[in-house]
Design a binder for this molecule. Structure first.
Ligand code: AMP
Ligand code: ZN
Length: 115
């Protein structure tokens, strides 16, 4: 499985950088976003270093499905039981800042923080 020692999310996955982890399994990790834009704001990442959604391959199909299924489960577990927003920013025009595939999971009572 590819691991990029310079990638902050690979380092979180490896336990080298602390994060408020809320889920861990053999393929996925989820943790709280350090700059939450909503009352509940989690990030789901694969353990494998995949830089962007556009770099995902057919062999990642099940992994991507698992990310999508985990999102509402984690939202519910964190009290966001009235809907949620999932976002995957991809590439420069997608506003991606961290180049390790991640799904934002946002929820909780509105209004949310602007921006
Ligand atoms: P983006 O790449 O634009 O989809 O967003 C990256 C997200 O990662 C931002 O919402 C950041 O707040 C979040 N982030 C960056 N570094 C960390 C970290 N060390 N722990 C938790 N969240 C982080
Ligand atoms: Zn990585």
């Amino acid at each position: 499985m590819s691991h990029d020692p310079n990638c902050i999310f690979c380092r979180i996955a490896a336990g080298e950088i602390p994060a408020q982890k809320v889920h861990e399994d053999d393929e996925l990790i989820a943790f709280k976003d350090i700059r939450p834009a909503a009352p509940v704001h989690l990030l789901i990442i694969p353990r494998e270093h995949i830089a962007t959604l556009a770099d995902a391959e057919p062999r990642h199909q099940a992994l991507l499905g698992r990310m999508a299924l985990l999102a509402p489960q984690l939202a519910r577990e964190h009290g966001a039981d009235n809907g949620l927003r999932t976002v995957i920013n991809t590439g420069p025009d997608g506003g991606q800042e961290v180049y390790h595939l991640h799904m934002h999971v946002m929820g909780g009572p509105r209004p949310w923080k602007q921006g």
